[in-house]
Design a protein around this ligand. Structure first.
Ligand code: ADE
Length: 256
């Protein structure tokens, strides 16, 4: 008998998880590792949704628990990030193709950014899963007003949001000054965005050989204005994008 695949969905913030849970008709709570794991279905697919909280350690333990205790077969991460690349604007969405820890530095023993004893700095996301997520994101962004409502589109001036795909960098620091954003841009010129969890989950999924994909709505530009209206943006824009994109993803995902 073939087993139905189970998808773990990690969110870093409560508002994002709430938007996901609102779309699950039947979730049941299970406690493990100091967290609530919500086991349910999304368009007939088995899912386990969980709040990781913020930072790489919290994300890594959450991903490990999802794999070891809940037996998930793949992991999706949904959240926000600060835009680093020139065209990466607030309200755009990034689907990660690889992750790097920008605060990893084992030099001079290992090259800067390389995760010691892995022999690499960059951890790729799963191509097929990322393709599927990108397709869902593209379709939702093409009609942002349906996903967000006209009021949110007007409030945050989100005309013609774009989808980007490529490198996201992670570290245990919220980047809230233009100087820090410029430093990251200088060190990693192809980085599209910065956040605080993705690279940790990518490393755990690499350890277990599990497909991983991640979706980030840009809430700021990783500059001096980065903390302005952060929570309001998450509630009114990022959470709604996440829910709409994942809803489309699970609606289209084959049940095998
Ligand atoms: N998540 C969203 N914006 C961020 C920023 N500027 N730095 C780190 N993580 C973020």
């Amino acid at each position: 008998m073939t087993q139905v695949p189970r998808t773990g969905i990690i969110s870093a913030l409560r508002q994002e998880l709430d938007a996901v849970l609102a779309d699950l008709p039947d979730e049941q709570r299970q406690r493990a590792g100091g967290r609530d794991f919500w086991v349910g279905h999304w368009h007939g697919h088995e899912v386990v949704a969980v709040l990781s909280r913020v930072g790489k350690v919290a994300a890594a333990t959450t991903a490990t628990t999802l794999i070891e205790r809940f037996g998930v077969d793949r992991i999706l991460f949904t959240g926000v990030a600060g835009g680093l690349a020139e065209g990466a604007r607030v309200g755009d969405v990034v689907v990660a193709r690889s992750f790097l820890q920008h605060d990893m530095d084992g030099s001079p023993l290992f090259p800067r950014f390389e995760v010691p004893l892995y022999g690499k700095a960059r951890f790729a996301t799963d191509t097929a899963l990322s393709d599927a997520l990108a397709a869902a994101a593209g379709a939702v962004l093409a009609d942002a007003e349906t996903a967000l409502g006209a009021d949110a589109v007007a409030e945050f001036n989100l005309r013609a949001p774009r989808l980007h795909q490529g490198l996201i960098v992670s570290g245990d620091r919220f980047i809230a000054t233009s100087a820090d954003g410029a430093t990251l841009r200088g060190a990693m010129p192809d980085a599209l965005a910065v956040e605080m969890e993705g690279a940790a989950v990518a490393q755990v999924c690499d350890d277990y050989g599990l497909p991983f994909a991640a979706l980030r709505t840009l809430s700021d530009r990783a500059d001096d204005d980065a903390s302005v209206d952060f929570m309001r943006f998450i509630e009114r824009v990022a959470s709604r994008y996440s829910a709409a994109i994942l809803d489309r993803h699970f609606r289209l995902l084959p049940k095998t």
